[in-house]
Design a protein around this ligand. Structure first.
Ligand SMILES: Nc1ncnc2c1ncn2[C@@H]1O[C@H](COP(=O)(O)OP(=O)(O)OP(=O)(O)O)[C@@H](O)[C@H]1O
Ligand SMILES: [Mg+2]
Ligand SMILES: [Zn+2]
Ligand SMILES: [Zn+2]
Length: 315
């Protein structure tokens, strides 16, 4: 099982009994080798459980045996369920444990996501308010979405999906060419118990995109389903003034573009109808603009020594 005979947790899975790995484009789960053979059911996949029940007052309470799925069956089902989430492969490593907050807002973001995951009530749409993570690039928003869905699916067996919004638009457009309606693709996403929508606000903002997003969110809102979001666009209304300080001069194009984005509000990107629904569906977390980009800081740490250093090989 998950624990070795000497009581130590498995070195591969740390006692979780499953592993998440990158398999091509997607993150994929599998049962850890420590838990493939099941000592509970001997590989049958189910166990006999004794229950007590009263069928007639005359006979009184009687015990009877029922077959129940063994924990190993549950594990295999959840691993299969994880492989339906369609989480990007680059997120295979993401967990709550390896998320490092650099400021209070990131600490709060992790807290909100962990609280959501740990307090989640399966099947109870009314009880589970989602969250929106807003912040600059490389600050771990997708990481927290991945950790949250990983917990829901593998620890609780909640059917979940991950979708990056601009890829969804592209998939629907491609579907049109094959004679599929947008509804065929939107349908399953409207109905899944928990949906994480990443990169909210991204895209051209065309009528097609706005209608697709409106349909998806309105359907989930009407059904009271839980939805999680990540976005680069700002949530704070007071940021509106920041527009006037639009970038100028010698900024790199990418910097200029991202600075423009900073000044733009999510409310303006998605429109009042969608934003109003988000306010009711979600807790909002905004990471400040100076939160470090982990992609860049990691690269700086891994970078070779500067050229100056190369000229002095003697140590
Ligand atoms: N606070 C953090 N602790 C640990 N790892 C982090 C943290 N923030 C980011 N990372 C890692 O850095 C990489 C980029 O993070 P991620 O993709 O989650 O950023 P993001 O906020 O979604 O960025 P973008 O807005 O560009 O989508 C990932 O490998 C992620 O695991
Ligand atoms: Mg992201
Ligand atoms: Zn293991
Ligand atoms: Zn078993």
């Amino acid at each position: 099982m998950a624990a070795k005979a000497n009581g130590e947790a498995c070195g591969l899975c740390g006692g979780r009994t499953y592993l998440i790995e990158r398999r091509g484009e997607l993150a994929s789960a599998r049962v850890c080798t420590c838990s493939v053979d099941c000592p509970v059911c001997g590989g049958r996949g189910h166990i006999l459980v004794q229950k007590e029940g009263t069928f007639s007052a005359k006979m009184g309470a009687r015990t009877y045996d029922v077959l129940e799925p063994c924990v190993c069956t549950l594990r295999r089902t959840r691993v299969a369920l994880y492989n339906d989430v369609q989480m990007p492969g680059v997120m295979a490593h993401a967990s709550f444990d390896n998320y490092r907050p650099f400021n209070e807002a990131q600490d709060r973001g992790r807290g909100v996501a962990m609280h959501f995951a740990h307090q989640y009530v399966k099947g109870d749409t009314a009880k589970n308010k989602g969250f929106v993570l807003s912040g600059p690039v490389g600050t771990g928003k997708t990481h927290l979405l991945a950790a949250t869905l990983g917990h829901l699916v593998l620890e609780m067996g909640v059917k979940s999906r991950y979708v990056e919004i601009s890829l969804l638009y592209a998939t629907i457009r491609r579907g049109f060419q094959d004679g599929k309606s947008g509804g065929e693709i939107i349908g399953p996403l409207s109905e899944v118990e928990v949906l994480a929508i990443d990169e909210l606000g991204k895209g051209r903002g065309s009528p097609f995109e706005m209608e697709t997003l409106d349909e998806l969110i309105a359907r989930r809102y009407n059904a009271g389903r839980t939805t999680l979001f990540a976005t680069n666009y700002s949530l704070e209304p007071e940021r509106k003034g920041a527009r006037s300080s639009a970038p100028s001069g010698y900024r790199a194009t990418d910097d200029a573009r991202s600075a423009m984005k900073d000044a733009e509000l999510l409310r303006e990107r998605v429109g009042e109808r969608i934003y109003s629904r988000l306010c009711e569906m979600c807790t909002f977390v905004e990471l400040p603009r100076d939160t470090p980009d982990r992609r860049r800081t990691r690269q700086e740490m891994d970078a070779p020594p500067p050229l100056g250093g190369m000229r002095n090989p003697g140590r």
